[in-house]
Each structure stands twice: as structure tokens, then as C-alpha cells.
Ligand binder design. Structure first.
Ligand code: AHR
Length: 839
């Protein structure tokens, strides 16, 4: 220890006393200008320090309150690599630790958990053996921990006697303000690479800001192009060059966000049917939310219907009303299944069940005679005599008696495929019409959850409805789990899509709040002692989906629920855009190894974080994937980007390694500042999808996200389909997805769309695919330019009678008609248009 101390202090003073820069070197200063600003670098120019840019930011904890960096301490190791530690807040038993080879690309941060409640002002020094000492301050005094050279493992912390000098930092005045930080001398070559990185980031940022909507502005590079119509473009098709591509390129991602499930696709019309709402779901909510009565609504827990549903209501004589999900849509002539569980201790009680319109008129009525000693379910069918889009449900006791009720349910008899406990017909039909080849579910962030306690456990979502475990939704409402794994799998089967369940990789969302111990973000992951049980839970899912009911208790559960035949699960996703921390990698490895060992045919989909290249998680995620080729069949990439980004990154997958894991672009969408899908976003997506088809040998699947959003309950924009209780509104994004899905293929034919003005190439796109099932060839053409294009085709005959579908509009149009017609003898593409030709 003493030697180490000496070395560290010496190292510190060396760093401070380094002389002025030489011609071949550059002096830099790394520091944080403010807690929310991350780590920056300034460069010395003469006697002045000049800010150059941000190197990395804090990824700790939840958005808003966290993601702060205090007192960064940077150390350069003898091998030239870099280590960074910083304080994350003033209350957590964690500090942040990061590693970089070049100061520009940082490995995702780790947040080692220490024994003290606070880890203040950590500082890092390298030891002669390549390990690192980290000292920090806490209410218990100075503490010390040691890290392995790879900066992944940290020893338990202990008291330290190190001198206060260890905390002496360099200072520099950057842009007129004095900061503490660390100063280093690096080679001119190293500095050139950093400067080049900042230059490229700036260029990328400028390109990402390009908008079709701005094309007409005098400042736009495309200003005046509208007048140049028509421009000549040539599609050259080489039928001799073809390659197999994925036949599952277009699928859907279903997440219960923006009321997509409860109150949305799940057809249940009663809100808070289980009386399980709590303030954890949403501030101000309680067991009586969405219920009304002239008296006080009494809630009891003494004799629960199920341990997972402890609350129920006690009815004496007052009518109990349910407001539904912003009202209940009642349609004349339609039938509705009403049911509820009753606990009456042997008493008889009759109820009148009514649907009541906004004007107080009874739209439907039925009688429920009950006599129950223990919990018992009673049901009746209501037939509507009149319609009202905003009716209420009334439960009217017929005499004075004290009766418990729970799981109060009202379903339209007409659901998608008329399934019991089914899905809203109109909404499910629009989804089915997209002909998705797979469905990813149940999330998103909802899968890995807000903290360890909120991780989605699939086995809590199957079986009798009253035994399913409701939970709060990370999107700030409630999950009944009435739409659970059985219903998801059934829906997949009903629409001919492969199920792709995605479950947590043993870590919750990295943006989680702190737990009771003050540990935020991934919260250290599922404790190692609990990992075997969690892994078993994931193995049980495969058994439940594919097993034989005669030999497997899980498969028997599936059969008992009405599906004796296996669901034929082929894919499983592990993790959702997680930070690829050491905690993640350890747990992912354990899970994937166990699945591979027991179910070698199941294709595992890993994750590479929430953002595209060159984000830290993306880089580490792919490095991890390549280091462990047996642990994933494909990886899930996510990026929500501007239309400009998509137009300028058309070659994103061209250089991907064809011998590594496949890609699932699991969440993506183009957006503008309007945050609604329009012609501009649709065309950017269509351009990108022509490139995805070209790369369909490495990209196996894609899904736009999010899919659904209910009016008045949106957590996120843009979305693919907006809906209310009475209507379903597919957006331009939906139409693009549907056209690429319906007119998808399994063979890519080499083609090139060229334009005389080569600078404009990024605004046009084409792809030619063949579909072995339909025997057809589909040609897709995208024009994201403000002028008409006149097409010459070489290498492919397009009869004038060939079917042609597509759309066009102004960039800002949020609606358009899909036109169907014939190709005609001369194909022209109007400004801002998309066409598919069927051959
Ligand atoms: O699609 C909405 C959210 O975006 C998903 O839940 C999450 O995975 C991503 O951050």
C-alpha cells in the first residue's frame, strides 16, 4: 500500500508539472464544465485554453434527476489507455468508472457498488502492476478500492489513510472560466484523431438537420430544384446478380406504451377492473380510480380473490359506476359479456347491470343473480338497444347486503377472431393488414422495467386472469396483464407472425430510479444468488411455448389455457437496448449459455444498446457479440433519428460483417421537429428500407417503433398508428411499413438508380426483390426530391399494364391516399413520391 501511495502521488505531481507542449505533442485539459455537461476537452493554444468538445457524458440513473457528472478524475495508463471515474450524485453508494483507448470512444460506464452510502469525489491512479487505485470520500472518511487493469472488477472498499494531496487537480481557465481537471500531454497524432472526431460529429450534425420541408427555402441546397422538373433517372437492373435475403424483414414491435394494451388493443372495457390501481402506477391513483358511487367506495383486502389481486370492493346498496377508458363505446345491436367475481358469505344478492349513455338513458341492461359463499364468478350478456361512444357501466345492488366484488369485466363479444379475453377488432385488423412477419413483445423499456422489482416476468402474465400479477407500467400507468403471454402468442398465430418475446437480460432499464439502497440505473442487476431462478424462468418460457403437455407442467398450462399444440417459438430476445455494462455482460452470458445448452435451436437475439454507431453501447455491444459468437444469432439495434440522418446514412449496413451475427433493427423511426409521421418521414423511411432490402442478407428483421398511441395518453411521438376509442388512424409510417411488407421478397436483384447530378443520389432510392411464394418481382422507387423524375429502365421489362401502388404529397402532409393504377408506358415519379411496381 505504501509503495502504491507513493507512486500515485508521484504520478499526480508528474501530471501537474509536465512542461509546455512541443511541436510533436499537444497539451490537453479534461474537465467538466457543469454537472450535466459530461467530460470535455480543452486544448492549449499559446497561453490560452480553448474548449474543443465533449468526450462523454454520465449515463447513471434516471433522466432528469440523474445523468450528472461531478469531479471527473482521468488517468492515463502506461499502455496509453485512459480511465475515468466520477461522482454520480451525493447519495448513492456508487461512483462511475469508464475506460477508453483514445479518449473519444468510451466503454459503457460501470457503477461499482461500495459499502458506504456516499462515494464522493473519486480519484484514480494507476499502479505499477497495471491495476488502479480509486480513492473517494464518504461520511465514514476516506475510502480505497482497487480495480483490475480492464477496469471491470473492483475490490470491496476499505478505509484509507491517503494524503489529501491525492485530490489536488490541475486547473485551467477555459473560455474565461477557471476549472479543475486533469492535464495531459498527448501526441500530435492523437490530438489530430480527436480533432477529426469533433469535425466529423459537426458534419454529421449538420447533415442530420437537413429537412425536405426546408427544400424550398432560399438557403437550401435544393432551392429552385422544383423548377428543374423533370430530371432524368436511370434504373439499371442486373438480373444475373441476385442474393437471398430475409423473408422476415418487416414485423411489428408491440409495447404497452401510450395505452397500447390496457385501454387499447386489449378489448376489456372496464378500467381498474381488479381494484389494483395504486399511486405507484400514477400519482393520485388508488383502488377506486375510474370507479364512482354516490357514497364512499369501500375497499377491502381481508379475503382476497387471489394473492396477486389483494384488493376488492364492498358493495352495500349504492350503485357502483365504472367510467371505462375515457368512456365505454356502446354500439346498437352489439352484445357485451359482463362478468364479476362475488363474495357474499352465503347471502343472496341480485344486481342490475346497465350500460348508461351520456344523457342518462339505459342502453343495455341485464340481471345478475348471485349467491356465493366464497368467491364465485357470475356473468350475463348485455345487448345494446342504442349507441353511445361514451357510456358508463352501472352495477346496481337490488337490496341492502354487504357483498365483495372483484375482476369486474365487460368485453364486446366481437373481438379479433372472436377470441375470449380478446383484442379490439378494428385495431387488431389494421395491424394484421400490415402482414407482419413477426411480433416483438412485450417491450421495450417495459420488458426490462423500472428497477429490479419491475422486470417483466412472463410467468406472472399467464393463467387465470385473477391470478396474474398486475404491476405498474414504466410508462406511468397500470398493467393488468390481461393481455399476457398467452394472448400475445395467440395473436401471433392468428396473424401468421413469428413470436419474438423479449425479456430482461437480468438487468432493469439503465434509466431506472434508485432503489431503497440508493442504487440507481441497472441497480447492480439481479443478484447472482437469484440468477439461477431467473434463468430457469426463461427456460420455462420455451418449455411453455414448445413443450409437450404430457411431460411438461408448463406446456400443460398452455394446453389448459386452450392451446395444446406447441406455439413453435423460434426466437427469444434477451435484453432491451441495455447499457452494455459489466453487470449486463455477466448476466447476459449466463442466460444465453443456459438457453444454448438446453435449446440449441432457439435463435437468441442480443442487444447493442439504445443508439447507433458510434455510441458506447453499440461499439461495446458489437465487440461483445464478436467476442462471443455463440451467444447470439442476431442483435437488436435501436435508433430514432431525424429524416436528415436517414437520408445521409443510406450505406449504414453495406459494410457489416456477413459472417457475424444478423441484425434486428428492432426500434426505429424517422422524425422531424413536428414529431408526427408525414410524407417527409415516410419517404426517409422508404429510402432507408430500400437500403435495408439491399442488406437483407445481414439484416434479418426490422420493426418501426412505437406502434400504437391512444389519443390523450401518448408517452411518445411519432407513432405508427394513432387511435381513440372509436377510430384507428394509420399514419404515413404505417403505409410505408405495409407496402414494404406486402411487397417484400426473399431474393434481392442487383439494381442501381442513378441521376445525372450525382450529389442528389442520397434523395432517390430503388430496390428490386423477388418473392418465391407469390412468384412476383417487386420494384420499389423512392423520390425524396422536390422535382419530378423521369425513369429509364435498363435490364428489366415493365409492361405498361403492370400494377403500380404508391403515394405522393408535400413533405408536411400527414395524410395521403394510397393510389393504385398501372405503370403506364413512361414511368414518372412526382416530387416526394413512392411507388411499388408488381411484375
Ligand atoms: O419505443 C419506445 C421506447 O424506446 C422503448 O420502450 C425503448 O426500448 C426505447 O427507448
Amino acid at each position: 500500500m505504501n509503495n502504491k501511495l507513493l507512486m500515485t502521488v508521484l504520478a499526480l505531481f508528474c501530471s501537474i508539472s509536465l512542461g509546455a507542449q512541443t511541436e510533436e505533442t499537444q497539451r490537453i485539459f479534461v474537465y467538466s464544465p457543469g454537472q450535466g455537461d459530461g467530460l470535455h476537452v480543452a486544448v492549449q493554444e499559446g497561453d490560452l485554453w480553448k474548449e474543443s468538445g465533449r468526450l462523454c457524458s454520465s449515463d447513471y440513473g434516471t433522466w432528469g434527476a440523474e445523468k450528472r457528472m461531478f469531479h471527473p478524475s482521468v488517468c492515463r495508463a502506461n499502455d496509453g489507455t485512459w480511465r475515468l471515474v466520477f461522482q454520480v450524485n451525493d447519495h448513492s453508494p456508487q461512483f462511475a468508472a469508464a475506460y477508453s483507448r483514445d479518449l473519444v470512444n468510451w466503454r459503457p460506464q460501470d457503477y461499482p457498488i461500495m459499502s458506504t452510502k456516499q462515494c464522493l469525489d473519486p480519484v484514480v491512479f494507476e499502479n505499477p502492476d497495471g491495476t488502479f487505485d480509486i480513492y473517494y470520500k464518504s461520511p465514514q472518511g476516506k475510502r480505497w478500492t482497487s480495480a483490475t487493469p480492464n477496469f471491470r472488477d473492483f475490490t470491496p472498499d476499505q478505509a484509507s489513510q491517503i494524503s489529501d494531496d491525492a485530490w489536488i487537480r490541475d486547473t485551467a481557465t477555459v473560455n474565461g472560466k477557471l476549472y479543475e481537471g486533469n492535464s495531459f500531454e498527448i501526441t500530435a497524432k492523437e490530438w489530430a484523431a480527436i480533432a477529426q472526431h469533433f469535425q466529423k460529429s459537426g458534419d454529421d450534425w449538420r447533415k442530420s438537420n437537413e429537412r425536405m420541408h426546408d427544400d424550398a427555402l432560399p438557403t437550401s441546397a435544393l432551392s429552385g430544384f422544383a423548377a428543374k422538373s423533370p430530371l432524368q433517372v436511370t434504373l439499371t437492373v442486373d438480373l444475373s446478380k441476385q442474393k437471398a435475403i430475409s423473408d422476415k424483414l418487416i414485423g411489428i414491435f408491440f409495447e404497452d406504451i401510450s395505452y397500447a394494451a390496457d385501454g387499447g388493443l386489449y378489448a376489456e372495457l372496464v378500467q381498474n377492473r381488479d381494484f389494483e390501481y395504486t399511486p405507484k402506477d400514477h400519482r393520485g391513483w388508488s383502488a377506486t380510480t375510474a370507479w364512482h358511487s354516490s357514497g364512499k367506495i369501500e375497499i377491502a383486502t381481508e379475503h382476497p380473490l387471489s394473492k396477486n389481486n389483494p384488493h376488492y370492493a364492498l358493495l352495500v346498496q349504492d350503485t357502483l359506476w365504472n367510467e371505462g377508458w375515457d368512456g365505454i363505446v356502446v354500439e346498437k345491436g352489439k352484445k357485451y359479456d359482463f362478468s364479476m367475481y362475488v363474495l357474499a358469505g352465503g347471502q343472496k344478492q341480485d344486481f342490475i347491470i346497465q350500460l348508461v349513455g351520456q344523457d342518462g338513458k339505459v342502453l343495455a341492461s341485464g340481471k345478475l343473480k348471485t349467491a356465493a359463499t366464497d368467491w364465485q364468478q357470475f356473468s350475463t350478456v348485455l345487448t345494446a338497444k342504442a349507441s353511445d361512444p361514451k357510456a358508463r357501466l352501472a352495477i346496481v345492488p337490488q337490496k341492502v347486503a354487504r357483498v365483495g366484488i372483484d375482476m369486474v369485466s365487460l368485453f364486446p363479444q366481437e373481438t379479433f377472431m372472436n377470441r375470449k379475453n380478446g383484442l379490439r377488432k378494428d385495431l387488431a385488423q389494421v395491424i394484421a393488414d400490415l402482414k407482419p412477419k413477426f411480433v416483438r413483445f412485450p417491450g421495450g423499456c417495459m420488458s426490462h422495467g423500472q428497477g429490479l422489482e419491475n422486470i417483466y416476468h412472463w410467468n406472472e402474465t399467464v393463467g387465470p386472469l385473477q391470478d396474474r400479477k398486475p404491476d405498474f407500467n414504466i410508462w406511468n400507468y397500470h398493467q393488468t396483464r390481461g393481455l399476457g403471454f398467452f394472448e400475445y402468442f395467440q395473436f401471433c398465430e392468428d396473424i401468421g407472425a413469428e413470436p419474438l418475446p423479449v425479456l430482461a437480460a437480468g438487468v432493469p432499464c439503465q434509466n431506472s430510479n434508485a432503489n431503497a439502497q440508493g442504487i440507481g440505473g441497472q441497480q447492480g442487476g439481479i443478484p447472482m444468488d437469484d440468477m439461477p431462478a431467473y434463468i430457469q424462468e426463461l427456460l420455462d418460457l420455451i418449455d411453455w411455448a414448445n413443450g409437450d403437455p404430457a411431460t411438461s407442467k408448463w406446456a400443460k398450462m398452455r394446453a389448459d389455457a386452450g392451446h395444446p399444440a406447441p406455439f413453435n417459438l423460434k426466437y427469444i430476445g434477451i435484453g432491451n437496448e441495455d447499457i452494455i455494462s459489466t453487470v449486463f455482460e455477466e448476466r447476459y452470458t449466463m442466460i444465453a449459455r443456459a438457453i444454448r445448452a438446453k435449446y440449441p435451436d432457439i435463435k437468441i437475439c442480443g442487444t447493442v444498446g439504445p443508439f447507433h454507431a458510434p455510441s458506447a453501447d453499440y461499439l461495446e455491444g458489437w465487440e461483445f457479440t464478436k467476442r462471443n459468437p455463440d451467444l447470439q444469432y442476431m442483435v437488436d439495434e435501436h435508433y430514432y433519428e431525424s429524416t436528415g440522418w436517414f437520408m445521409h446514412n443510406r450505406n449504414y449496413y453495406d459494410s457489416y460483417d456477413r459472417n457475424s451475427a444478423k441484425v434486428y433493427l428492432g426500434e426505429w423511426a424517422a422524425s422531424t421537429n413536428v414529431k408526427r409521421p408525414n410524407v417527409e418521414t415516410a419517404l426517409a423511411e422508404a429510402l432507408y428500407l430500400t437500403d435495408i432490402e439491399r442488406n437483407g442478407d445481414v439484416v434479418e428483421m426490422t420493426s418501426y417503433a412505437p406502434m400504437l398511441s391512444k389519443d390523450g395518453h401518448s408517452n411518445w411521438n411519432p407513432d405508427m398508428i394513432y387511435f381513440s376509442n372509436t377510430d384507428v388512424r394509420p399514419t404515413p409510417a404505417y403505409h410505408v411499413q405495409r407496402l414494404f411488407s406486402v411487397y417484400g421478397g426473399d431474393t434481392y436483384v442487383n439494381s442501381r438508380l442513378t441521376i445525372d447530378d450525382l450529389q442528389l443520389g442520397y434523395r432517390i432510392g430503388a430496390s428490386v426483390v423477388k418473392n418465391s411464394k407469390t412468384g412476383k418481382t417487386y420494384v420499389k422507387l423512392v423520390n425524396a426530391l422536390p422535382c419530378e423524375l423521369k425513369l429509364t429502365i435498363n435490364g428489366l421489362d415493365i409492361p405498361s399494364t403492370a400494377k403500380m401502388v404508391g403515394f405522393e404529397g408535400k413533405p408536411e402532409d400527414q395524410q395521403f391516399d394510397i393510389k393504385t393504377g398501372e405503370a403506364g408506358s413512361a414511368i414518372t415519379l412526382p416530387p416526394y413520391s413512392f411507388r411499388v411496381i408488381e411484375l
